[in-house]
Write a protein that binds this ligand. Sequence first.
Ligand code: SIN
Ligand code: CO
Length: 383
Amino acid sequence: MLGGLSAAEFLSDHWQRKPLLIRGAFPDFQCPLDPDELAGLACEEGIEARLVEEHGKRGPWQVSHGPFDERTFARLPERDWTLLVQAVDHYVPEVAELLEAFDFLPRWRLDDIMISYAPPGGSVGPHVDQYDVFLLQGSGQRRWQLGGKIADDASILDGIDLRILARFEVEDGDDWVLEPGDMLYLPPGWAHHGVSQSDDCLTLSVGFRAPSADEAITSFADYLGEQLPSSRRYSDAGMPPAADPAEIDDDAVERMRKLILETLDDPAQLAQWFGRVMTQPKYVDQLVPSEQTTDPNEVVAALQEGEVLLRSPGSRFAWRALNDERATLFADGDGAECPPPLARALAGGTPLDAKLLENEGTAELLAALLDAGSLNWDGEPDE
Ligand code: SIN
Ligand code: CO
């Protein structure tokens, strides 16, 4: 899929560093859905969808949010608009299956697979994303132009709901028309502009998110704060008499700095917070907690009868070893201790069947995950 590069080569030369155009990344690619099916998803309640009209009634680059209805699509012109639907991997299993090709990347870095449809001329304007993204052409053709790495403070157009770059200059040679199965990888902060060249242009964006320092610091401080005793405080035992009682001197600042840094520098707590934060579901409402508490004995009986559990679409799992005997399974923003093989199996792609019962504590953990809505029985509607 990486155009002749090994995963290791791609990661060392391109990932987070520079773009890569891969012709025929998915040979003979058949897009798992067509424009009408995408429009159908955009009409459903609870699915995040946007419509961008370059020459909208309310002004240029008009953005509207779904759910839409047939009237919306009936009134649209023949060109220059884009429909974008988020998290299609949560709703279309064949789209979710594409993620297996990206298993050389940590799954907890994944945001979702967004799919866009655009008639000729349709685009969302030149912009930058703070995501690593693989832009896979699903059907039709899209012309991609790149404008290089952009400074954080690059000016954007005023008065519209989109972040469109005020200036966009195509770098020499970075101008291609992508055909179905071609894919363009872009690191964060790289200016790009993709314009549909056909009336069946579908583009899949496989996006990988990275937590920002500002969100991470506030979120970790909150997590830690909930667990700290109120007795842990700034302390100035043994200090000399104040030279000026109104002054905050260097020693006072240093004491405070030490308190904060020593409290924050807790790798075990950081790992627990990190697993929880990276597995928080993108759409909390998509998880449907069970109405009644599940009896672990019933879980055992059902698995022994051959029933199989499925990870709920939209659920996020990850795991981390604590030592040889214990691990934390992170699921949808929560953490639970269990034996490492169980954590690995639940967080990975293996079928969830009676084999899991070989691990101690399986039934209780599965019951809790069923109650939280992170797992469902195969064949059971998840809503
Ligand atoms: C699109 O699919 O039209 C936009 C995707 C992107 O530029 O991130
Ligand atoms: Co983009």
